[in-house]
Design a binder for this molecule. Sequence first.
Ligand SMILES: *Cc1c(COP(=O)(O)O)cnc(C)c1O
Ligand code: SF4
Length: 341
Amino acid sequence: MIPAAPAPLHPAPTHAAPPRWQQLWRDAVRDPRELLSMLGLDAAGLGISEDAAAQFPLRVPRGFVARMRHGDRHDPLLRQVLPLDDEMRPMPGFTLDAVGDAAAKAGHGVIRKYRGRALLIATGSCAIHCRYCFRRHFPYAEETAAAAGWRDAVATIRNDTSIDEVILSGGDPWSLATPKLAELTDALAAVPHLRRLRVHTRLPVVLPERVDDALVQWLAALPWPVTVVLHANHAREFDADVDAALARLRGTGALLLNQAVLLRGVNDSVDALAALSERGHAAGVLPYYLHQLDRVQGAAHFEVPDETALRLHRELAARVSGYLVPKLVREVAGDPGKRPL
Ligand SMILES: *Cc1c(COP(=O)(O)O)cnc(C)c1O
Ligand code: SF4
């Protein structure tokens, strides 16, 4: 739209109020007791662990809590964020660096595990803390690409002409302020061998307010085709606010895909998987990957056996349209890509 008034000669003052999404971010629920009282649940018998919460704190945006079912201790959204005793039980085969990120690091916050693609650990922050996350033990503080002013990341990408895709990951890359993201993409715009930009983010689902005007304008102006890989594990993670955020993202021309993790007690039924694909599709999102859990310490209680995973995947394929069936994969340390089951 063309504004009636002339454009200001000077940029907006830098002391403007922080974007609303940052306030909502800070206002996230961090106390398990508060979360339970919001849901009308009694802690007794839930197996909540203070130790697990000390290791990886509870964090969940209030808008996401609002999508949980009141009074349901088995709510699939609640299960993804509640710190449990189960996490503290050591399990053979479940390790600290389950996907070999430590070995694949090529520069400051840059992972060269995938051919042609540079994965930037843009930041360690997330708006939500997912208990099954394989990055819960990753030493972000020293490893993020943004912390070094993007310099090492940009140099690594510029100096390797085999890289044609940059993947922003984390943590959640959209936890960075939009001007910080623009700093990176402005620098990358001068790299001639780049063809694609990809963003892996859970924010449009867990804090849809993040998709504000500034983010949309930044995305729409990027010089490459953009793919946004969202992360939703259950159909009920979508609501009207998420739909609106995703519509805005699609309006920039971005391709929207979803990856989910197969999680016991969350989405380990063909009904749940079909509903997830169909609900995502209604919001303009196609399923991409269904991941077998990374065997990270503290996540064993979410694991679904391979035979069950394969059966669910077959049943899903028999029930929904072909394009609503994600690829069932597993991440194997040292492999150049996902391994199909
Ligand atoms: C698997 C993965 C990638 C790259 O693999 P693709 O097969 O190209 O999708 C990038 N980022 C994250 C977070 C991944 O899990
Ligand atoms: S990286 Fe993704 S899965 Fe892990 S805690 Fe952050 S949002 Fe959740």
